[in-house]
Ligand binder design. Structure first.
Ligand SMILES: *Cc1c(COP(=O)(O)O)cnc(C)c1O
Length: 392
């Protein structure tokens, strides 16, 4: 190599590219922005005294989610993990079943499977979308699974594989039609973990509305926040009714009696949180515009560094660009931690991607396919500061 001494280190170049894009730190990875009617609606909510599981805002929040996503029904719940838990239960996931999920996801996806007494079965990702790879999944299932009286059975474990839960990573849509076709051929229920993808679309259809059910999250670090919150999306009226029932303690409507017809959950989103959500949804188009602007600015700054690229929305899809992701070339993967050190040291909060599910001790015995793409991505992804107000 020549010119090494005069050439700034890769880590220094990354710090410089971030600085060029967003100015000086300290800057958080993702901060919420409350620039709309938040105070107004929260006050209105407090004045009404309806702060808990009943009220105008929670009904309105659901109606606005329906309107925005095009789903026929939206059921607001306390967080995205609870939404996934109930969606999986309604998908028919039972104790001892297996559920196909990407190894590359936030822990909530695997936890929701565990809450059902089921077992995560880890699937590889594709580099193009960062999401579950349907072609690789199909090859894997052709090897290990067979249909027995309409059920997909894992020949290695003898367990039923009940559902598949792709996730739209950082807001970039997964190849959902590919996953849908595998789900169809192997008799799997398709539930989308759309926690990160409010505002993302595939051929104009909102993420989370293509599977039998989809789930959203409104945690403080997501594109819009209710503090904590989530929702189940579905086009199926019977599932919607069941979801609403299960998430409100399975209480049978009655003027005074406390009748419950099964074990339900206290998962209803409080009205107070929904008030915040209503104000946030009004700003969603602006947030997404700002995030797309930020993406273009990062892309142009990082185009100067050949060993890196900023992840872009897959063709035919529109991403909300929730979390900007820098992808290092193989040749630069060994410098990931050095880059994390330098950027965080400079006041730019950057993070590696989640530790892959199968590498967590308590999931290490779970079934899985070859995960080489996810493992490679784990070594090469760095998330960059992504708040919507970072660039004008
Ligand atoms: C945020 C998130 C969830 C849900 O998280 P909650 O904090 O429970 O709202 C689920 N899956 C993924 C991939 C997420 O990023």
């Amino acid at each position: 190599m020549t010119g090494v001494a005069s050439q700034a280190s890769l880590a220094a170049q990354v710090v410089n590219a971030i600085h060029t894009t967003i100015g000086s730190g300290p800057v958080a990875l993702h901060e919420p922005r409350f620039a709309g009617n938040e105070w107004l609606y929260l006050k209105e909510c407090l004045d009404s005294t309806y702060v808990s599981s009943v009220g105008r805002f929670v009904d309105r929040f659901e109606a606005e989610l329906v309107e925005y996503t095009g789903a026929k029904h939206a059921i607001a719940v306390v967080n995205g993990t609870a939404a996934l838990h109930v969606a999986l239960q309604l998908a028919g996931v039972e104790r001892g079943d297996e559920v196909l999920i990407p190894a590359l996801s936030f822990i909530a996806t695997a936890n929701a499977v565990m809450y059902c007494g089921a077992i995560p079965h880890f699937v590889d990702s594709e580099e193009r979308t960062l999401g579950l790879d349907p072609a690789a999944l199909r090859r894997h299932l052709e090897l290990i699974a067979e249909l027995r009286s309409g059920k997909c059975v894992n020949r290695d474990t003898g367990r039923v594989i009940r559902a598949v839960v792709p996730m739209h990573t950082f807001g970039h849509p997964v190849d959902i039609t590919g996953v849908q076709s595998v789900a169809h051929d192997f008799s799997l229920v398709l539930v989308e973990d759309a926690a990160e993808s409010l505002g993302s679309t595939i051929d104009g259809r909102h993420a989370g509305t293509i599977g039998v059910m989809g789930t959203l999250s409104f945690n403080g670090n997501k594109t819009v926040t209710t503090g904590g919150g989530g929702a189940i999306l579905t086009n199926d009226p019977a599932l919607a009714r069941r979801a609403r029932h299960l998430t409100t303690t399975a209480k049978v409507a009655h003027r005074w009696e406390f009748l419950h017809d099964e074990v339900g959950y206290n998962y209803r989103l409080p009205n107070l949180n929904a008030a915040l959500g209503c104000a946030q949804l009004e700003q969603l188009p602006d947030f997404i515009e700002a995030k797309r602007r930020l993406f273009h600015r990062y892309r142009s700054a990082f185009s100067e560094i050949p060993q890196t690229r900023i992840v872009e929305e897959p063709r035919g899809c529109r991403s909300n660009y929730w979390l900007q992701a820098l992808l290092l070339d193989d040749s630069a993967a060994a410098q990931r931690d050095e880059i994390l050190e330098a950027t965080n040291g400079a006041g730019f909060m950057t993070r590696p991607v989640w530790t892959l599910g199968h590498r967590l001790q308590h999931f290490s015995q779970c079934p899985r396919m070859d995960l080489s793409v996810a493992e490679s991505l784990e070594r090469r992804v760095i998330n960059l500061p992504s708040s919507p107000h970072l660039v004008r």
